[in-house]
Design a protein around this ligand. Sequence first.
Ligand code: 1GP
Length: 247
Amino acid sequence: MTVYEHLLKTREKHKAGYFVLIDPDAWSLNETINFARVISQSGVDAILYGGSLITNDGFTEKLLAIRKVVDIPVILFPGSIGQVTSSVDAILYISLISGRNPNLLIGEHVTTAIQIKRSGVETISTGYMLVESGRVTTAEFISGTQPLPAHKPELALAHALAAEMLGFKLLYLEAGSGAERPVPNDMISLIKKNVQIPVIVGGGIRSPETAREKVQAGADFVVTGNVLETSNHTDLLQAFVKAIHGK
Ligand code: 1GP
């Protein structure tokens, strides 16, 4: 089964799936391993790995260590071309469709396409939409793009429909890591009502209640990152799993 098929199955089984983002910069190697073990035992559906800005060493070392201790898919969520690796179960093959930066729409993909094809790693084409969230996020700054206005759900819908018609397999509605406000519920609902491809929602989700709201609005998958970068993440992880899986 491909990772994409596994994700679709997860969506059938639960109300929504839960992804945890591991930012390689947030943890030491040992902390990363411990965190990955806890994630794997908590019922999380997949790990996303990557970040908009990497400033520490050990990107690949941590990735390989995670894969040794978990039995759920580890999916690369590349913040830049330098993070592309085949040492993952799949790559979220992201095109930043909310922006008009040609490099992030198609340029970087062309640069890595032959290498990725040769490696045989699964790619999951993903229309990535940055949504304005109260303050400038790293993703917004680094990408040099303007996010979609949070109060214009119909503009977001137009992007989502274009992504679906272009053949993307997933949509990622992103408020940005550490966002002040997550993606608005009315934007998620409008997109879900009109688009068939699964929708991932992430950025600024700090509580299981908020995660549940996003699922009720229509999110097929919810991502959390920052909020778990604290010492007591075990209970919180379980609360997120429960809220998102709908049990
Ligand atoms: C960022 O959506 C993810 O790409 C997670 O964001 O760190 O704010 O949870 P947070």
